[in-house]
Design a protein around this ligand. Structure first.
Ligand SMILES: [Ca+2]
Ligand SMILES: [Ca+2]
Length: 168
């Protein structure tokens, strides 16, 4: 494929993505927009694409379910990072079902890594999330959060602060 054709293909796929986002944004469900990446917490494998289609097919083919999605911007917008796993979280928050000890491990080109970037969050499949200000679950922590569209509003602001997280 020539560079010119490659460019046209990229632009065309970008337009297709925009159409999908425009349709989805009519519903209440967060769409993420922009580029989304999905992490398989069983294997550590990461898949990224604009519309999240490849990531979703990877997850469903492997029998994995969504656990949590963190977003770069408020209102579930901007780049997103979704963690998937083999089982739902437990019904209680007295245990920890999944952990992400260092958000610096997830990076994407010019965006850099996910340390101190999270501005909104949604959980799935009985999970709640607890953020920590430092890696390896250090420093200040939040309570268990089901969803939050603007982390500046959480306990004196947790915007752009999370460095690690736990799910329960
Ligand atoms: Ca942010
Ligand atoms: Ca931090």
């Amino acid at each position: 494929m020539s560079m010119r054709h490659l460019l046209i293909a990229v632009v065309a796929s970008g337009l297709a993505t925009l159409n999908v986002v425009a349709v989805q944004s009519a519903s209440a469900a967060p769409t993420g927009g922009n580029e989304s990446c999905t992490v398989n917490l069983s294997t550590g494998a990461v898949v990224c694409d604009e519309a999240g289609v490849a990531a979703q097919s990877m997850a469903s083919a492997a029998g994995l379910i969504k656990l949590v999605t963190i977003y770069e911007d408020f209102d579930y917008e901007g780049k997103s990072l979704t963690f998937v796993g083999p089982r739902p979280c437990s019904a209680t928050t007295s245990d920890v079902n999944y952990v992400v000890k260092d958000l610096r491990n997830y990076r994407r080109g010019l965006f850099g890594n996910w340390n101190d970037k999270t501005s909104s969050v949604v959980t799935y499949n009985r999970c709640d999330v607890r953020f920590f200000a430092d890696i390896n679950f250090g420093g200040a922590r939040t309570g268990w959060i089901n969803a939050n569209s603007n982390l500046t509003n959480y306990k004196g602001s947790w915007d752009d602060r999370a460095s690690s997280l736990q799910l329960s």
